[in-house]
Design a protein around this ligand. Structure first.
Ligand SMILES: [Cu+2]
Length: 307
């Protein structure tokens, strides 16, 4: 994940600052180290300032020199202020990325859920980074982690509720976090996985991600039977990704996106960034409730007809 890794690393500094603001101890420690350095620099500056740079005779040129110095200081202060503003603007712009970087730095399984929750400030089900998605299932054969040929629309999705992510196994930054989110969703759903809910991980790197490689990756992440890992020929995978609206020219710069949808109703939602597992579960619950309401109204209609 070269390009996006670079992006992620570039914003690590921002993540540090945000971490300090959030009170994360180790990040705050790093931050205070910066503060110490700043103090040292300031002290050095003051030391320079108090050095007997001014001649003792208070001649006019010396006064000018003093003024010039003060003007310089003022300029520097201004610069410092502006730099701060620029930094803050940057922070605002890259806040999302910074969050992602923070997550990537804490790919640890146990910490993960907590961090995923930090990524979304809203209550479960309220995610500003969610949007309705128009989904088209490409009519191409895919392969799952057991090398079985699968049709995404009929074999994998069918009439199930589906949670889908987009990963590649050699990604060391973002994808492990996404997979951990999926693993938590799997754990929370329990026996529903493989029954009315399907979990799907689509590779974005079909060249390297063979079924065997996906199987190994899936096993390492505790993927159960209801969690499909899909690859295929490059054209097939690319067509599939384009249909789902998640294709990028450079797969290493793939967006961090997960989808939740209902194969029965065709209602799909995209979640950008590291989705809170609770948000994904809330979406599944909402789709499940909509199904129940549908069944309820059909039953009522049937009762009315047969009355
Ligand atoms: Cu990745």
């Amino acid at each position: 994940m070269k390009a996006s890794c670079r992006t992620i690393l570039r914003v690590c500094a921002v993540a540090l600052a945000l971490g300090a603001a959030a009170g994360l101890p180790q990040i705050a420690a790093a931050h205070s180290e910066h503060a110490m350095k700043a103090t040292e620099v300031a002290a050095a500056g003051h030391a320079g300032h108090s050095q007997p740079a001014q001649p003792a005779d208070h001649s006019k040129p010396a006064e000018h020199a003093k003024h010039a110095k003060h003007a310089d200081h003022a300029k520097q202060a201004d610069h410092a202020k502006q730099a701060d503003h620029a930094k803050q603007a940057d922070h605002a712009k890259q806040a999302d990325h910074a969050k992602q970087a923070k997550h990537a730095r804490h790919a640890d399984h146990a910490q993960h859920a907590e961090h995923a929750r930090h990524a979304n400030h809203g209550a479960p089900g309220v995610d500003r980074k969610a949007e309705d998605a128009n989904v088209r299932f490409a009519d191409v054969p895919l392969l799952d982690q057991h090398s079985r040929e699968r049709d995404l629309a009929t074999d994998v999705v069918g009439d199930r509720i589906v949670v889908m992510d987009f990963v590649y196994t050699s990604c060391t930054t973002v994808c492990p976090v996404v997979s951990a989110i999926m693993a938590e969703v799997q754990a929370k759903l329990g026996e529903r996985v493989g029954r009315d809910v399907a979990l799907v991980s689509m590779t974005v790197d079909p060249v390297r991600d063979t079924p065997a490689r996906l199987r190994e990756y899936a096993t390492a992440r505790g993927a159960g039977a209801g969690w499909s890992w899909l690859t295929g020929s490059s054209p097939a995978v690319n067509e599939t990704l384009k249909g789902l609206g998640t294709w990028t020219a450079d797969f290493e710069d793939h967006p961090v996106v997960m989808m939740v949808g209902d194969g029965r109703t065709g209602k799909w939602t995209r979640f950008y960034g590291f989705a809170d597992p609770a948000t994904l579960l809330a979406q599944i619950e909402s789709l499940t409730a909509a199904r129940r309401a549908q069944v309820g109204s059909l039953t009522a209609a049937h009762a009315a007809v047969t009355e």
